[in-house]
Design a protein around this ligand. Sequence first.
Ligand code: GLV
Ligand code: MN
Length: 217
Amino acid sequence: MAARVTLLLAILVVLPFPSHCADPDPLQDFCVAILNSTSTSLNGFPCKPASEVTSEDFFFDGFTKEGNTDNALGFSPTFGNVLSFPGLNTLGIAMNRVDYAPGGLNPPHSHPRATESGVVIKGKLFVGFLTTNNVLYSKVLTVGQMFVVPRGLVHFQMNVGKEKAMTITAFNSHLPGAVILANTLFGSNPPIPDDVLTKAFQVEASVIDGIKAKFGA
Ligand code: GLV
Ligand code: MN
């Protein structure tokens, strides 16, 4: 009997959390984040007192400028998440602007806390994601076309046009997080031991060390 009551209580505790949502629902109109609070630690960020909130807290001009794509990958993400736009705190959404030089690549990565959708604003992009069964779904997209990447799945975008490209992406989390596979595996701190990676990738340590050197590990 006690076990049944415990089970029932456990089910009742879990029921209010909708399983389809990424971030939990907000419990108030807004909760402008205090990003640097040291006194309170919780799942999200504490709220600025409502009396100190102004219009400026709900507007963000980070996407007005093109990102600098002069780097090894030829791409530049600008993040409109709770860390750059604290007004998003607890609202369960975020956006990115991503700029691409010709040939630029947003390398294979995943967002552990969000599904991503995106639209091509400029240029021509090869967009793809992989399922947990290693099936690749991909397509070349041009201006105005949209894509979706289910939560947590590995994906990439490459500029396959002759001109610059740009996307705006949207997420159902105020902080989607990004696991960039190459950086995670070859640039972690401390580094993953070589014998883990040589076995995983079935190559010699020299190959692993060569890749690690590029990612600073
Ligand atoms: C694109 O994949 C992005 O994360 O903005
Ligand atoms: Mn992404």
